[in-house]
Write a protein that binds this ligand. Structure first.
Ligand SMILES: NC(=O)c1ccc[n+]([C@@H]2O[C@H](COP(=O)([O-])OP(=O)(O)OC[C@H]3O[C@@H](n4cnc5c(N)ncnc54)[C@H](OP(=O)(O)O)[C@@H]3O)[C@@H](O)[C@H]2O)c1
Length: 241
């Protein structure tokens, strides 16, 4: 994906703002989700932003004045269908790890919660779904995490949104609060490699979030219903401010 011209992006944002669309974010308490929230609020892209999560976040001040929070039980999501009603755009940054949730928990969160949320969002009128997946996601992968991500992508595709943007970032660079030793180690090594090959193995959550905010204001290329953004595409799109 080619880098955007900042002037062109400015015009696209103005046109988008004028439409007064609404959105929801799944996973706004997480590292990528919180950056997405900050970006879309700073850019004032939406008239209303709804955070759908398992807990209420402490958000105070006028910066969050158009933010609404819906606390849901993801195991009984149908009972919370109303939370998914009436949003034009949905951002999904949900995810867990085997270490935190076990194998069954990973499948539940990264595939089933994502798929079920997508179905409710579509039924509620959402037209554009932006899904954070992962590099090398593949339903046929022998690696569980990549297989689960691939299955989630396939199931969300089948939901049939007018537009689905799948992001496949590599290792996320951020100041993670939670301890993840393997990820920390990879970050030390790949953080250094990133100086030389910035788009190969890693990407900052800030860049992913900026790319997500940028894609919603851009028309889909060739009216594609499904677009897949690999790590280099996300860098290119997210590097335009
Ligand atoms: N880490 C990486 O290097 C990497 C690389 C490529 C792709 N990804 C993918 O990118 C996405 C975002 O990653 P991230 O590191 O930004 O996420 P994160 O910081 O781990 O945040 C995950 C979000 O999912 C929510 N969540 C987790 N378990 C849940 C559960 N059982 N029920 C309800 N909500 C739950 C969390 O809510 P709470 O705050 O309430 O826990 C949080 O909002 C994920 O899909 C991840 O797999 C990650």
């Amino acid at each position: 994906m080619a880098a955007l011209n900042p002037e062109e992006l400015k015009k696209l944002r103005e046109t988008f703002r004028a439409k007064k669309q609404t959105c929801f974010i799944l996973g706004a308490s997480g590292e990528t989700g919180k950056e997405v929230l900050t970006k879309i609020l700073r850019q004032q892209l939406f008239s209303k932003v709804t955070l759908i999560g398992r807990r209420k976040l402490d958000l105070e001040g006028s910066f969050y004045s158009n933010v609404k929070q819906e606390v849901v039980d993801f195991e009984k999501l149908d009972e919370f269908a109303a939370a998914f009603q009436g949003h034009d755009v949905g951002f999904c940054c949900l995810g867990t790890t085997i270490r935190k949730a076990g194998v069954a928990g990973l499948v539940r969160v990264d595939r089933d919660y994502v798929h079920h949320s997508a179905e409710l969002a579509k039924a509620g009128g959402c037209r554009h779904f932006v899904l954070e997946s992962a590099l090398c996601a593949d339903p046929n992968s022998s690696l569980l995490h990549l297989r689960v991500k691939g299955e989630a992508e396939s199931r969300v595709k089948a939901v049939g949104f007018d537009r689905l943007s799948i992001f496949r970032p590599a290792l996320l660079l951020c100041d993670r609060q939670e301890s993840r030793p393997a990820e920390w180690m990879a970050r030390q090594v790949l953080g250094a490699v990133a100086y030389i090959f910035p788009t190969f193995y890693s990407i900052s959550t800030v860049t992913v979030a900026r790319a997500m905010a940028n894609i919603v204001v851009m028309p889909a290329k060739d009216n594609q219903k499904v677009e897949v953004l690999e790590n280099a595409d996300i860098h290119a799109l997210g590097n335009t401010k």
